[in-house]
Design a protein around this ligand. Structure first.
Ligand SMILES: Cc1ncc(COP(=O)(O)O)c(C=O)c1O
Length: 396
């Protein structure tokens, strides 16, 4: 429980799973005398690479940084188009704009809310360079069709796997399908370092990204410590995106228990879905047969009055009943910056934007909490749209 300012207790929408072993690893790092990128970061890279089965990995300050580096390393820029979805966090689209390329939004599939391969095919032009696939809520996108499509059209495939560490598609880890993939270790993610991310994928592209993300310096400081700190060259105009050992230490043990973390999330999701069968006015999340979702989010679609205000009123009512929620996502093209973004028809995205509501789903949640949330949701829906409106929390 979290105490709110007005003294009421709130079941938080999210709480990280931090254990003594995580704290001990951070303390060990603080005592080691080496705080920036070094042995702990290298270990995190090695272990993510092994988990995903990727050729290479570069630990960075955020998933946004990883996505930005992916585009820079692949040489995507002015005149290029990148196809992605609007039902994502603004970062997926911001990075495309940041390198001077044009983001093009296509619709999502109605069951998983993942990018629709048919819509991607219809949006490909002579200027299309890449498809940026978001594994929404941790449920893998249709990688069979998307990889075939990218191959057939000579496109780069990037995975925004911010939500999906530990997920598999047809038994293969998410993050192993694209030329490059980006994971997030943001505070509310399945594995967290508070802030952080990881770029994985093709060795040539990851090594180029490492160079760009390290000021364009050809040798890392960890390799140059001692008397050789001056032994480096700057070989391109880089930026700084490297993760510190202090943050890497937070994630090391979580990564080792990622299977357990995902299993617990999956058990909670199952508990929600079975209890929600008796609740009218909403649709629980779909799960396809050939995947293991990471269950970063448990997203229901609230069919209150078909408007975002109706959904927001339910969220506000839940908050008054002591249950925190969030919204993933406000579609990107609803924001002022992106109102005129190039896009194809987005009926499923728009509808989802009015309906999606993320319920608490994290390892520290008790099964009794799930029952409590479902009871509160049933009561909130029964109270109807007369409930006072209000903006729910919209954490990324
Ligand atoms: C789909 C998606 N992509 C990218 C990001 C950016 O992640 P980060 O905060 O690690 O930069 C987020 C953040 O939540 C996200 O949800």
């Amino acid at each position: 429980m979290t105490a709110l300012r007005d003294g009421t207790d709130l079941l938080p929408w999210h709480r990280p799973d931090i254990r003594d072993e995580d704290i001990a690893e951070v303390v060990d790092t603080l005592r080691s005398g080496w705080l920036t990128t070094g042995p702990k970061t290298e270990l995190l890279e090695t272990e993510v690479r092994a988990l995903v089965g990727a050729e290479a990995a570069f630990a960075v300050t955020s998933c946004t940084a990883a996505l930005h580096l992916a585009l820079l390393a692949a040489g995507i820029g002015a005149g290029d188009e990148v196809i992605t979805t609007g039902l994502t966090f603004c970062a997926s689209v911001n990075v495309v704009a940041a390198v001077g390329a044009e983001p093009v939004l296509v619709d999502v599939e109605d069951d998983t809310l993942n990018i629709d391969p048919d819509a991607v095919r219809a949006a490909i032009t002579a200027r299309t360079k890449a498809v940026l696939v978001v594994h929404y809520a941790g449920h893998p996108a249709d990688m069979h069709r998307l990889t075939r499509l990218a191959e057939a059209h000579g496109l780069l495939l990037f995975e925004d796997a911010a939500h999906a560490i530990g997920a598999t598609y047809r038994g293969r880890p998410v993050g192993s399908f694209g030329d490059l993939a980006a994971f997030s270790f943001y505070a509310n993610k399945v594995v967290t370092t508070g802030e952080g991310g990881m770029l994985v994928g093709r060795r040539d592209l990851v090594e180029r990204a490492r160079l760009i993300g390290r000021h364009g310096i050809d040798r890392p400081i960890w390799d140059r410590q001692g008397s050789r700190t001056r032994a480096y060259d700057v070989v391109l105009p880089g930026i700084k995106y490297n993760l510190s050992d202090v943050l890497a230490a937070i994630g090391l043990h979580q990564l080792r228990r990622v299977g357990e973390l995902v299993d617990r999330r999956a058990a909670l999701a199952l508990a929600y879905t079975s209890r929600l069968r008796s609740v009218g006015g909403l649709v629980p999340p779909a799960v396809r047969a050939d995947v293991r979702s990471a269950w970063h989010l448990y997203v229901v679609r609230v069919r209150a009055d078909g408007t975002a205000a109706g959904r927001d009123a339910v969220a506000e009512d839940l908050r008054r009943r002591g249950v925190g929620t969030s919204v993933h996502f406000i579609p990107v093209h609803w924001f002022s910056q992106y109102r005129s973004i190039r896009r194809h028809d987005l009926p499923v995205t728009d509808r989802a934007g009015h309906e999606v509501l993320s319920l608490p789903c994290y390892p520290g949640l008790a099964t009794a909490d799930v029952t409590r949330v479902v009871d509160a949701l049933r009561d909130a829906l029964a109270a109807g749209p007369a409930a006072e409106g209000g903006a729910p929390c919209t954490a990324s």
